[in-house]
Design a binder for this molecule. Structure first.
Ligand SMILES: *Cc1c(COP(=O)(O)O)cnc(C)c1O
Length: 295
């Protein structure tokens, strides 16, 4: 409810492919995650199979709203929130589950564009043992002041460090974070305070299938700054359903700044963006069996 945040949600997209078929990207993973969030927030479980078939029916019914232009899609927002007419801080007895749909354009209307990132030394997003690994309403309101402060300094997004040692990188607003070193691609391991992104999971699978040396591990901000100094830092990027892949142009930590390029996206980010969107729009065979078709 509004007062104490008994609210969880998901996000995913429906794509109209070139063949005219409508496809969802790994929707079963979103419903699984919704139930994991529900479990932690004392919200009743949904029947994943039933909701997936209801979602498919809904998309079929509303299919005229799915834009066909490249980079466009239908945004899908399942949400669950408590509706008890009471003020007590306890699990609600009644909840509403609804699915909001909205046509969306490409995240970067001027084309795939790298973003400048500010590493917050003041704000943290979540702590182990808390609810950082859930898509629950309060996590996002809690990150807004950090974003506002970063925007004033000319940065689009905030990279959060771990809340305990303020040493290890965790994630960016609503994106998971990847570092490409000279001989390794690394992303923070899911330590309980990081949201387990479905794009993250898919990028890991793609990179492994391409033969990259990929690791999920602790990455300290100092390691990144050092690697940059030594010339072994190749590129940084974020992953998430909204932008799919966001290449990072600049990263500011305290008084140091890593500058890649404001104009050009990293090589691997560009390749991953193309691979994922080619699968989503049906331009490429879905060898991983990730797409669910509405028909
Ligand atoms: C949703 C979200 C992500 C990305 O998850 P995807 O399933 O890849 O869209 C990453 N971090 C946070 C905090 C999120 O809320």
């Amino acid at each position: 409810m509004l007062h104490n945040g008994k609210s969880i949600f998901e996000w995913l997209k429906a794509y109209k492919q070139n063949s005219g078929r409508i496809a969802l990207f790994r929707p079963e993973k979103n419903l699984e995650r919704l139930n994991r969030s529900a479990e932690k927030m004392c919200i009743p479980q949904i029947d994943e199979g039933f909701v997936l078939s209801a979602l498919k029916d809904l998309i079929k019914l509303e299919q005229d709203w799915i834009p066909t232009k490249d980079g466009f899609s239908l945004y899908i927002r399942p949400v669950v929130f408590g509706t008890d007419p009471a003020l007590g801080v306890k699990a609600a007895a009644s909840y509403k589950f609804l699915i909001i749909l909205s046509p969306v354009g490409p995240y970067y209307p001027q084309g795939f564009k790298p973003v400048p990132i500010f590493v917050s030394t003041e704000h943290v997003r979540a702590v182990r043992g808390g609810v950082g690994d859930c898509k629950t309403a309060g996590n996002y309101a809690a990150g807004l002041s950090a974003q506002r402060d970063a925007k004033k300094l000319g940065f689009t997004q905030v990279l959060f460090l771990d809340a305990i040692e303020r040493k290890y990188v965790e994630e960016v607003g609503a994106m998971n974070f990847f570092v490409r070193f000279k001989d390794e691609v690394a992303t923070p391991n899911l330590n309980g305070s990081i949201l387990p992104g479905i794009t993250r999971m898919s990028v890991l699978e793609i990179l492994r299938s391409w033969g990259y040396n990929v690791n999920e591990r602790q990455i300290s901000i100092d390691e990144i700054m050092e690697a940059h100094k030594k010339g072994t830092l190749v590129e940084l990027f974020g992953t998430g359903t909204a932008a799919i892949i966001s290449s990072i142009s600049r990263l500011r930590y305290k008084d140091n700044e890593i500058h890649f390029s404001d104009e050009h996206s990293g090589e691997l980010s560009t390749k991953l963006y193309k691979e994922l969107t080619d699968i989503q729009y049906g331009r490429k065979e879905d060898v991983h069996n990730w797409m669910t078709y509405i028909d």
